[in-house]
Ligand binder design. Structure first.
Ligand SMILES: [Fe+2]
Ligand SMILES: [Fe+2]
Length: 355
């Protein structure tokens, strides 16, 4: 009887081994007690719940198609700040993420905690460890004057229906004009089925900003790492399984990598803070390998309403705008006839930029 029990137990262990280890056990660092794990991303209770909700309320009121296009334009201008990647990571010391219900300590500690968690489980993937260190660096936008609701928190597509998988969906979107705009509130909205996330506008935040900085500086982090950075806050997709109808084959290939990263982003958060000084030399060597030197960080460009003279010979205002404005400009014209041959065009939107 005893032998039979042992045999059953042996078969059971073999079965588990063949199935592979439980990913929830493999990827969660030991230092995070299991009893605490279920409390991550608890948006309902706790000492930070109110300001977390308020940050999302502002985000879900203001992040719409027009806003996101404007942010892309503002933060992809030609004016740059230059800084090293390590300086950017350390600058996060000045920041406490108002959307994060799990931590109330400076963000640079979270960077090292995430990186060390990955290093522990993936010692052979140094680029992955570096992604852990830098993934939130885009939050520097908050130190340069961008409100936190346009920097931190979960991201979601704009230009199509806001789905129920978005946190606080029921109570925070009622003042967002896109929610009642028939062009934007259908399942696909402005997108085609399976158009690929590359072609989808997500709410503006630190993911997209850092992705663009890394691309601009031609950093050599593999595509999987770049996608982890770009979509790590897109919880409705990678954790809820929503918006799959917008994904193409590449997105589905990247999804397991984004989920792999997410485990460390979430489950390495712990009150015990890492010894940053001791860890710096190792991570500096990874920066030197993948993102060396001084990086050019695209800095916000102040776009002012612009007044230009247009001859009637230039054609109608729409034609003129297509010739003289950037692709995403939405130009509003106030035509004031100033005589038989000319009119004044007042471009009164900050989404406009002359080519
Ligand atoms: Fe993040
Ligand atoms: Fe993070």
């Amino acid at each position: 009887m005893l032998c039979k029990s042992k045999f059953i137990f042996f078969v059971f262990v073999c079965f588990l081994h063949l199935q592979g280890p439980d990913p929830n056990l493999v990827y969660q660092p030991n230092r995070t007690p299991k009893s605490q794990r279920k409390d991550f991303r608890n948006f309902e209770t706790g000492s930070v719940a109110e300001h977390v909700y308020n940050t999302y309320k502002l985000m879900h009121t203001n992040q719409n198609v027009d806003f996101v296009k404007r942010k892309h334009l503002e933060w992809s201008g030609c004016s740059h700040t230059e800084m090293s990647m390590m300086d950017a990571v350390m600058s996060l010391d000045q920041l406490v993420d108002e959307s994060d219900p799990d931590v109330d300590f400076p963000n640079s500690f979270h960077a090292f905690q995430t990186a060390e968690g990955i290093r522990n489980e993936h010692p052979d993937k140094d680029w992955f460890q570096l992604v852990g260190l830098i993934h939130d660096v885009g939050k520097v936008m908050a130190l340069w004057g961008e409100p936190q609701w346009a920097v931190v928190g979960d991201t979601f597509p704009v230009g199509c229906a806001f789905q129920n998988s978005i946190v606080f969906r029921d109570s925070t979107f009622q003042d967002n004009p896109d929610d009642t705009n028939p062009s934007y509130n259908s399942k696909y909205g402005i997108y085609k089925p399976n158009c690929g996330l590359d072609n989808v506008l997500l709410s503006w935040g630190h993911d997209e900003y850092l992705y663009r900085v890394l691309q601009f500086n031609k950093c050599s982090i593999p595509e999987e790492g770049l996608n982890m950075i770009r979509y790590h806050s897109f919880y409705p997709w990678h954790s809820q399984g929503d918006y799959m109808y917008l994904c193409n084959d590449k997105d589905l290939r990247m999804l397991p990598w984004v989920n792999e990263f997410n485990k460390f982003d979430l489950y390495t958060k712990a009150a015990e803070l890492p010894d940053v000084k001791k860890l710096c030399p190792y991570y500096q060597s990874l920066i030197d390998k993948y993102c060396p030197g001084i990086l050019k960080c695209r800095h916000k460009v102040a776009l002012q309403p612009t007044r230009v003279q247009m001859s009637t010979g230039a054609g109608n205002p729409d034609t003129w705008a297509r010739t003289h404005c950037t692709a995403w400009a939405t130009v509003e014209f106030n035509l004031r006839r100033g005589g038989a041959f000319s009119c004044e065009v007042v471009i009164n939107t900050i989404m406009f930029r002359l080519k």
